[in-house]
Design a protein around this ligand. Structure first.
Ligand SMILES: [Zn+2]
Length: 211
């Protein structure tokens, strides 16, 4: 085949956003849809994430899909069959720094890779290899939850960030609704007013309007 005739069907789809934004549910939906269309699908999760079930991807609202749990992205790659069309990866933020290059390897082989990953940690710092995955992505969807605090006041507003509601240090504290809540920017700032607002430098005054 002439090089100019080469077609590669591989792609990288990243489902990102806050906790409880429906990333895993959307991942499962895409995998089931691909399977319905006759594609061979494999799904993986990191062994660190044992919240619900090791052999399943499970969304917070109970949707499930069979999966293999692995410790490293190299192990993940070694388990992908030669005739697999679609690879789903949940909780991409927990994986080692090799994940982006391994995802690229799979896409170059013609595999459609769909990855759910948190983009930011509870302090709004980029999480693991999420920035590189977002940069490599063919498509990106930001999955956003409803702000929990606004919801308590009867207001419907989309969340921007995940706030940790329990006292713990370290970025990789795996948890669900008992440990994290999604908040909009205003509620996040209110909840963290001592640690965030007081350390922000004041904005510059705008120049006087010219006559
Ligand atoms: Zn809010």
């Amino acid at each position: 085949m002439n090089d100019s005739d080469r077609v590669c069907e591989g792609s990288i789809e990243v489902l990102s956003g806050t906790m409880f934004g429906g990333k895993t549910k959307e991942l499962i939906r895409r995998l089931i849809e691909a399977e319905t269309h006759g594609k061979r699908v494999q799904a993986f999760k990191h062994k660190m994430d044992g919240r619900y079930h090791f052999s399943q991807l499970t969304s917070h609202d109970g949707f499930a899909y069979r999966a293999e749990a692995v410790r490293t992205s190299a192990e993940l790659l070694s388990l992908v069959y030669s005739d697999t069309n679609v690879v789903g990866i949940d909780e991409g933020q927990f994986f080692d720094p090799e994940l982006p290059s391994i995802v690229t390897t799979m896409a170059d082989r013609g595999i459609r890779v769909v990855i759910a990953t948190l983009d930011l940690d509870y302090l709004r710092r980029s999480f693991g290899c999420a920035p590189e995955l977002l940069a490599l992505a063919t498509t990106v969807v930001k999955c956003r939850a409803t702000c929990a605090e606004c919801n308590r006041r009867g207001v419907s507003r989309l969340a921007d960030f995940s706030r940790r509601t329990v006292h713990a240090t370290g970025t990789n504290v795996v948890g669900g609704a008992e440990s994290y809540e999604p908040l909009c920017r205003a509620c996040y700032l209110n909840a963290n007013d001592e640690t965030v607002l007081n350390t922000n430098p004041p904005l510059a005054s705008s120049p006087p309007a010219s006559a």
